[in-house]
Design a protein. Structure first.
Length: 446
């Protein structure tokens, strides 16, 4: 519970830091309501809509209400999917308002000792340090390969955890060895005629837990005629920090990444995770008040491109060997890839081009699956309700393969398949893994 003193600090910070012009841009028209998963799932509760949350922020700025637990709860329950932005006739940058409000609250309220320890460990001690990410992932790999995972399941140890956490343990990918995680390339030549010179943003989770997907991405880029540079001094994109009220740390990570990529002389900076890409492309907003970095941030963001976009641009889908055994494919949009990076057509074009398969569009494929970073852990009830609805739509396509473009979405859809008991009939895969599979190539890099 926030004290009166804390509320006063929060209110003052709202008045000093919130973009009042952006708050006033909201016309309260309600176009955002049908696009908001929490508004729909909560039974159309106004405070769980973008319009309602903006009204709460404005009311705090104007001093009409106190920034109490109800306000914080409304903001916490937001997925941050930003589906409200493309449908807003005024072009309100809701995601920027949400991140600023969350940061203000987190930085001006007293946290419990346990919360301080967890946030310090995760946000400062783990994600900014790739070597530590490798160590933690390596421990997970030991758990999987040593027999401990089998024993834990047999003795019912996982029953001690909440149902969605226990199910999530089942769908985690088989993680690579420490040797594989450390033996990462810094440069790869194009296969065939070179078309582009690109830099690859490898990420933190993507280059540890989802390392094989990163390998598949780079192999696809090579096959498409790209020379690839992978800077070894790049860092976590900072999305988890920025979405969770740790804005200063996200700024430091942004500067590290800009510094790592800006002198490479490449055509594009390629990402393969919608959540990372959306945060990276917002670096110009994140650093807009930093005179030393704002122009460098703009230059950085102008080169960003999702892997599906460059594959589409280079007409990779016209390969003669682009085929798979018959299966029905559907696609679940990554919210941030669609709503922030504006990438929706390219992945669908690539998937529809795979010979021997049928593509069926899922109803509301553009609606969030409920993953949203760590949302499915900290807000599991709402997340599972959203996922249950998503699985109804997925089953209606009769798809055997659900394709995603973000690691969180991938795990969430795998979780949905497991919860529905469909693991023998349906699979979830990252788009680059499926595209490489369609070429018949392996993700080994040379």
């Amino acid at each position: 519970m926030t004290t009166a003193s804390e509320q006063q600090k929060i209110q003052q910070a709202f008045q000093e830091r919130m973009n009042e012009d952006e708050l006033l841009n909201c016309m309260r028209c309600g176009f955002c309501l049908p696009s908001c998963p929490t508004y729909i799932t909560s039974g159309q509760k106004e405070t769980h809509s973008p319009r309602g949350r903006i009204a709460l922020m404005k009311a705090v700025v104007d001093g009409f209400i106190e920034p109490d637990e109800d306000v914080e709860r409304s903001l916490d329950l937001c997925l941050g999917c930003r589906a409200c932005e493309p449908v807003c006739p005024s072009g309100v940058k809701y995601g920027h308002l949400l991140e600023e409000a969350r940061d203000i609250i987190q930085q001006n309220k007293n946290q419990s000792l346990s919360e301080k320890v967890i946030r310090k460990t995760v946000f400062d001690g783990l994600f900014p340090h790739q070597e530590r990410m490798r160590t933690v992932t390596g421990l997970l790999g030991f758990y999987q390969r040593s027999g401990l995972q089998t024993i834990a399941r047999k003795v019912g140890f996982m029953k001690l955890f909440p149902e969605n956490i226990a199910t999530m343990e089942k769908v985690l990918p088989e993680v690579p060895t420490m040797k594989e995680m450390k033996n990462r390339p810094a440069h790869l030549g194009a296969i065939g005629t070179q078309q582009k010179r690109v830099a690859f943003f490898s990420g933190c989770l993507m280059d540890t837990m989802f390392l094989e997907t990163n390998n598949a991405t780079m192999k696809l880029l090579q096959l498409a005629g790209c020379e690839i540079v992978i800077p070894q001094d790049q860092a976590c994109c900072g999305a988890l920090h920025g979405h969770s009220g740790e804005k200063e740390t996200s700024k430091e990570l942004a500067k590290r990444n800009i510094r790592a990529f800006e002198k490479l002389e490449v055509d594009y900076i390629i990402t393969n995770a919608g959540g990372c890409g959306a945060f990276l492309i917002d670096y110009d907003h994140l650093l807009k008040d930093d005179h030393q970095w704002k122009e460098r941030a703009v230059t950085f963001t102008q080169k960003l491109k999702d892997v599906s976009e460059i594959l589409y641009e280079l007409e990779f889908f016209k390969r003669n060997d682009f085929k798979l055994p018959h299966q029905i494919i559907t696609y679940q949009d990554s919210c941030h890839l669609r709503n922030v990076m504006k990438t929706a057509d390219a992945p669908r074009t690539l998937l529809k081009a795979i010979q021997g398969t049928d593509y069926i569009e899922m109803k509301d494929a553009d609606r969030c699956c409920g993953s949203a970073g760590i949302y499915n852990i900290v807000e599991s009830e709402m997340s599972m309700r959203i996922l249950d609805d998503k699985m109804v739509k997925a089953k209606a396509t009769h798809a055997t393969t659900i394709v995603t473009a973000n690691p969180g979405c991938l795990l969430q859809m795998k979780l949905g398949i497991e919860r529905e008991g469909l693991s023998k009939q349906m699979r979830a895969v990252h788009i680059v893994d499926l595209l490489l599979e369609a070429t018949g190539e392996k993700p080994e890099l040379h």
